[in-house]
Design a protein around this ligand. Sequence first.
Ligand SMILES: Nc1ncnc2c1ncn2[C@@H]1O[C@H](COP(=O)(O)OP(=O)(O)OP(=O)(O)O)[C@@H](O)[C@H]1O
Ligand SMILES: [Mg+2]
Length: 218
Amino acid sequence: MTNASSTTGAVVELVHVTKRYGPPGTPPAVTELSLTIPAGEVCVLVGPSGCGKTTTMKMINRLVEPTSGRLTIDGRDVLQLSPVELRRRIGYVIQQVGLFPHMTVGDNASVVPRLLRWPEARTRARVEELLDLVGLDPAAYRDRYPSELSGGERQRVGVARALAADPPVMLMDEPFGAVDPIRRDRDPAARRDPGPVRHAGRDPRASGQRVRRALRRR
Ligand SMILES: Nc1ncnc2c1ncn2[C@@H]1O[C@H](COP(=O)(O)OP(=O)(O)OP(=O)(O)O)[C@@H](O)[C@H]1O
Ligand SMILES: [Mg+2]
């Protein structure tokens, strides 16, 4: 078990969470899911296509609201937190990457530090560090636009963007699906990726050594 006291992550708890996209009577996408992810621990959702993995992650940062049940982060109900505050505290790599097409790689990776009003020099240094971490040479990639990247490169920029401000909680939805296994093996960020949900401490790079828990859903 991870020694949670040595980390500054956040506890994520789901209690009997159900999400039904359709009207009452239609089958839910997520049914009565209860789960506690201790601070600093890595949790991986594993299951067949359509079983509700993305829906579960979107409920944690309130992109989707549960039909019933309760979700908390460090004991605070996510429905009571402002969506803006919540999303600043949660790094999220969405399944379709979702880079801003009109912004360069460097600007995409700087979005959260800029929202947090980091000094420009600190933001720039952090972006260099992150592009390096995901195996993209900053000099070659920083000024390119997403349309000038391969699918796997775009995904890696998405990971750099999510890690930028060291959020206490990271959600990663198949962040390396388009990165080939050889590249994945070489790439330090990809090698440490545990799968679709990653719940990391303050230094996400250290969390690969922590406990990994695979939940078989269905
Ligand atoms: N916005 C939506 N409106 C209606 N139904 C939806 C919506 N989003 C997802 N669903 C349905 O909810 C179920 C769960 O979808 P979800 O995207 O959570 O699956 P997943 O486990 O992430 O699948 P995959 O492995 O293919 O990414 C699916 O049956 C899907 O069709
Ligand atoms: Mg999904």
